[in-house]
Ligand binder design. Structure first.
Ligand SMILES: Cc1cc2nc3c(=O)[nH]c(=O)nc-3n(C[C@H](O)[C@H](O)[C@H](O)COP(=O)(O)OP(=O)(O)OC[C@H]3O[C@@H](n4cnc5c(N)ncnc54)[C@H](O)[C@@H]3O)c2cc1C
Length: 150
């Protein structure tokens, strides 16, 4: 793997301790990844995907790592959203939940914006993976003052 071709502003790790940490989720399985990438922004995500294509590696997005079936581990790159892309971004009427935002933090911050999330389950996992089966779509979070979560 030619890491000089991984052009990101976020972090990457290939030390034994980090690889070991991300070799497990909440399942009984263990797969040691080749690299852990922690993107700062969307461009980092795009560049990392391009890097995996060039290097012939698999990629597994990860946020809470609370998956019970081994779906958040893999032998290629683990794309860890939880480190940097973990915020609520409110721009006018539009509210964006970044993919690594943990549900407990979301609920706290929504209150400040007079928004609420109708589907609350395990507090340790990300909002992205907590979409209730009948509640997905552009109006997932019930708005006050015409605001929506998308
Ligand atoms: C104690 C406990 C109780 C639980 N109870 C329930 C329950 O009651 N109901 C229930 O449904 N589940 C439950 N789960 C399962 C677990 O919480 C869910 O699988 C959860 O949705 C995973 O969310 P996560 O953010 O931790 O995702 P991760 O474990 O990080 O990832 C899960 C999957 O989503 C993918 N993924 C992660 N982020 C992204 C992204 N941004 N874009 C695309 N793909 C992504 C990963 O590659 C992986 O395949 C429980 C788990 C635990 C440990």
């Amino acid at each position: 793997m030619d890491l000089s071709r991984l052009n990101i502003s976020g972090d990457w790790h290939n030390d034994t301790g980090t690889l070991e940490k991300f070799s497990r989720d909440m399942s009984a399985y263990r797969i040691l990844p080749a690299l852990v990438v922690e993107p700062q922004n969307e461009e980092d995500v795009r560049n990392t995907i391009q890097f995996t294509r060039n290097e012939g590696l698999s990629i597994v997005p990860r946020s809470g790592g609370s998956d019970l079936s081994g779906a958040s581990i893999g032998p290629g790159i683990i794309l860890n959203f939880k480190k940097h892309l973990n915020r609520l971004v409110v721009i006018g009427e539009e509210t964006i939940v970044q993919p690594g935002m943990i549900l407990a933090n979301l609920v706290n911050q929504l209150n400040a914006h007079n928004l609420r999330n109708p589907g609350g389950r395990a507090q340790c996992r990300s909002f992205t993976l907590n979409l209730p089966p009948t509640g997905t779509g552009p109006r997932l979070c019930l708005p006050a003052r015409n605001q929506t979560i998308i």
